[in-house]
Design a binder for this molecule. Sequence first.
Ligand SMILES: [Zn+2]
Ligand SMILES: [Zn+2]
Ligand SMILES: [Zn+2]
Length: 325
Amino acid sequence: MKRFTCQCGQNLYFDNSRCLACGNSVGFDPELGDIVNLDPAKQRQCQNGTDYNVCNWLVPQQEKKTLCTSCRITHITPDLSHEQNIRRWRILEIAKRRLLYNLMQFNLSIAEDAAHGQPALSFQFLEDQGSNPLVAETFVRTGHASGVITINVTEADDVLREANRLMMNEAYRTPLGHCRHESGHYYYDRLIRGTDLEGVFRALFGDPDIDYEQALQDYYANPPSHRPDDGYISNYAQSHPLEDWAECWAHYLHINDTLETAASWGVMTLKRDHDDADQWLREWLELSVILNEMNRSMGLADAYPFTLTGAINAKLRFINSVVGQ
Ligand SMILES: [Zn+2]
Ligand SMILES: [Zn+2]
Ligand SMILES: [Zn+2]
């Protein structure tokens, strides 16, 4: 993420809607890709910002739609008469907007491509009876199907999410991680499935047509232990080749966003051009050690509790080459 500043010089976060130094209203202009001071002649706040304080993106003043380009692609939100759900929704939208920022940077389209049968990307945030006994759904699985990313709203609850992380033996579990992972499934359909790249995919990740439901059932019935030397970035990456891809895709976005943040705040100077994936991986190795040491200095868990081995790096290089096309 790049560094944002107010007109007054104060640093701003990507999620700020007001500058705490000068008090001016600010917001993210998705066309400019920047946080700007709100100019009522040009823009207004997204209605989800004014009504619920869940969004800080701006809408051009001449635009008839009241929602910003991010909020327009959330098609279902949980029952907002429960205050708890507005809090959950806010957390999930924050993660979703950061994903959208990443995708914009790589010019990865989220629009429908009817000529190639590709749906637009959209989101639904759903409750199930685990968090609300009054809803019909007994269980909502976070996942992707036909352009729709579904996220169980309890992923915004720290205690539940952490309990699930431990139960599933995962090193990392966050709303942003979910958004990035599920977008990997969407872009597999757009960039790999049925293209010439499928052969390389099979060589690196395995057969994408292995029975998905059966593979996941087998994985949850008997989760394998995780050894990075086996070529998998995470435990869950072992469940199915498409999950391996989605896990690596998420890491590709984690790494790029975090490197950009480090460069924009002067933590390190990046030498990488897009084609030099080896340099990019070296820079990430250096930064991830710094990150982990900084977290340890604060008594926190490692920010990047993963080991990248040769086979994993080959998968990340492939994703880099696909995204660059
Ligand atoms: Zn300011
Ligand atoms: Zn919005
Ligand atoms: Zn997945």
